[in-house]
Design a protein around this ligand. Structure first.
Ligand SMILES: NC(=O)c1ccc[n+]([C@@H]2O[C@H](COP(=O)([O-])OP(=O)(O)OC[C@H]3O[C@@H](n4cnc5c(N)ncnc54)[C@H](OP(=O)(O)O)[C@@H]3O)[C@@H](O)[C@H]2O)c1
Length: 279
């Protein structure tokens, strides 16, 4: 298997080009799935307060025996904790549950515009970074307007925005916004979850041409668009397969054909940041 590539962020830190999604892995089974992911080579685990599995993520990290500095741990502040002091306490709570001293990547999970406190949460992340409790700071599910607002009000640009992105919802517009602002696109539900277009001709043809699986084609498509996908799999064989995407390259035509699977209503249920709010 070829080595995992990396992405440099606007704060000069580096992330693996693929991370491991941990929702909804929980309990002993969850720990085993995460430990297996670290064993097959993942070096970034994506969790959130709302996944209620930070304890399991910390346990998997320790069971793996890997040096702390080799694994990126990302977590997210929930909507109910956007007030400044609550956001600070939220991250401290995450560190405690994870059993680590510093979060490598701290994100605001959803903007929850009706609450209108995401700027406070952003200021808290800036302070936590200054204090050394978080290494890189970013957001999730932020629209162009939300990004522009936090940047204008704080002068600090997020290192990443983790958004829904998969072949049915390729996010061309948000990727262009990120490119302009110097923000790395991180992709949640990168396969498209249960609606993964694993049998679409654009995907199967590329899989056949490169001697890989449809899932590998989709993840490679992400990489070639500059996105950092965080696929979840509880199956060790798929975990390994999903990481083995650095030894082939899709043609421009193949990338375009997969992007053409995008449709205006291609979002998964509940993925619209303007209407979906998560406390
Ligand atoms: N920021 C946010 O608001 C937000 C929202 C949703 C998700 N997330 C994050 O994103 C991560 C990933 O998203 P997700 O779990 O929703 O979707 P996903 O990674 O697109 O899809 C996961 C599903 O695809 C299956 N799968 C994985 N690899 C496969 C392959 N190679 N071939 C066929 N099927 C495959 C998995 O099954 P098996 O497990 O059986 O292999 C699982 O059912 C989450 O775990 C979470 O960390 C963030």
């Amino acid at each position: 298997m070829s080595a995992i590539s990396t992405y440099s962020l606007n704060d000069h830190t580096v992330l693996p080009a693929i991370g491991f999604g941990t929702y909804p892995l929980k309990g002993e089974e969850g720990i085993e799935a995460m430990t297996s992911a670290l064993e097959v080579g993942y070096r970034m685990l994506d969790t959130a307060v709302n996944y209620e599995n930070e304890v399991e993520v910390g346990e998997a990290l320790r069971r793996s025996g890997l040096p702390r500095a080799e694994v990126v741990i990302a977590s997210k502040i929930p909507g109910r904790d956007h007030a400044y002091d609550d956001a600070i306490a939220s991250v401290r709570g995450s560190l405690e549950r994870l059993g680590i001293e510093q979060l490598d990547l701290g994100l605001i999970h959803w903007p929850n515009p009706s609450v209108n406190k995401y700027v406070e949460a952003w200021r808290a992340l800036i302070a936590l970074r200054e204090e050394g409790l978080v290494r890189s700071i970013g957001v999730s599910n932020f629209t162009k307007a939300h990004l522009n607002r936090i940047i204008a009000e704080s002068g600090v640009t997020p290192a990443v925005n983790q958004i829904e992105m998969h072949p049915r919802f390729p996010q061309a517009e948000m990727r262009a916004v990120h490119e302009r602002l110097g923000i790395r696109t991180e992709a949640w539900s990168p396969m498209g979850k249960r609606q993964a277009p694993l049998e679409e001709q654009a995907v199967t043809a590329a899989a056949k041409a490169h001697g890989v699986t449809p899932g590998q084609v989709i993840l490679r498509w992400h990489l070639q668009l500059g996105s950092l996908p965080i696929p979840k799999s509880a199956t060790p064989a798929r975990q390994q397969q999903n990481l083995d995407v650095f030894g082939f390259e899709l043609t421009d035509a193949e990338v375009a054909a997969i992007s053409a699977l995008g449709v205006p209503d291609g979002r998964l249920f509940g993925g619209d940041p303007d209407t979906h709010e998560e406390m």
